[in-house]
Design a protein around this ligand. Structure first.
Ligand SMILES: [Zn+2]
Length: 261
């Protein structure tokens, strides 16, 4: 084969491949990395009932705190617009994240931002309420791509298949957590669990002393180990779970400078 002829053939093959990529395999615009629409460390439960619009999920708190009045947070940055619909969504906000992606937050008791404001991820946009067609305080939340409801994805993980009622599935927020406070752990084989209970599933194990970033802390099951007793647990940023404060290398049972979840 003459070199010039070979080059032309190669270019033609490349053009065909590029065309296929552009017109056949064009992927949807990547979604923002959405986070839960409520504050750091809070545990809520969600469901999708039969009369629900699009692929919405309703969220209520499941950690003992009050659902009503809890801040509603932007799950990603974007432009927030305020709306009101007496017969349905009540006070609601739509955040346009760009690239065809929007999130909806319905039934707000109050707005926290001006219409048209730019909001950052984790910024409070309203408070949880029951305005419009709603039987009790909850956050009705949706993710839409080009106007079409999508299965909701938080931190890159899909919440589908959706449960049909509350208290089957739970989601703890890391929205607005910030970077956390650094501590060393001590001991070996320290278990990190999905919740502040000894029966909660283990999500990670710290083999030996480890630098961890504590986002917040909360009281849970009392743990007795190595001569200490403590019911405070630390929420770890990178391991996405809780460990007993006993194995945080600090003398205080409740860590100073770390917020309560
Ligand atoms: Zn709903």
């Amino acid at each position: 084969m003459r070199p010039i002829r070979y080059l032309v053939t190669l270019l033609a093959a490349l053009a065909t491949a590029l065309t296929a990529t552009l017109f056949v395999a064009a992927p949807a615009q990547a979604a923002p990395l959405f986070k839960a629409p409520y504050p750091c460390g809070q545990r809520w439960t969600y469901s999708h009932h039969s009369a629900e619009v699009r692929l919405a999920l309703d969220f209520v708190r499941a950690d003992g705190g009050s659902t009503a009045g809890t801040p509603v947070l932007a799950s990603a940055a974007g432009t927030a617009t305020r709306y009101y619909q007496a017969s349905g969504a009540g006070n609601y906000i739509v955040i346009d994240h760009g690239g065809g992606w929007k999130t909806y937050y319905f039934h707000l008791a109050a707005f926290s931002v001006a219409s048209g404001a730019w909001v950052n991820q984790g910024q409070q946009i309203g408070t949880t309420g029951s305005t419009g067609n709603s039987s009790g305080a909850h956050i009705h939340y949706e993710q839409l791509y080009n106007g079409v409801g999508q299965n909701i994805v938080i931190n890159g993980a899909s919440l589908a298949p959706y449960p049909g009622s509350y208290h089957q599935c739970y989601l703890t927020s890391d929205n607005g957590c910030g970077g956390g406070t650094a501590f060393w752990t001590w001991g070996s084989g320290i278990r990190v669990r999905s919740d502040v209970r000894l029966a909660a599933p283990v999500v990670a194990t710290l083999a030996g002393p480890t630098l961890v970033y504590v986002l917040c802390q909360k009281q849970g099951d009392t743990v007795t180990a190595d001569g200490y007793t403590n019911n405070w647990w630390a929420r770890l940023r990178d391991q996405n779970g809780y460990m007993t404060n006993i194995y945080i290398d600090h003398p205080a049972a409740q860590l100073p400078g770390v917020p309560v979840c």
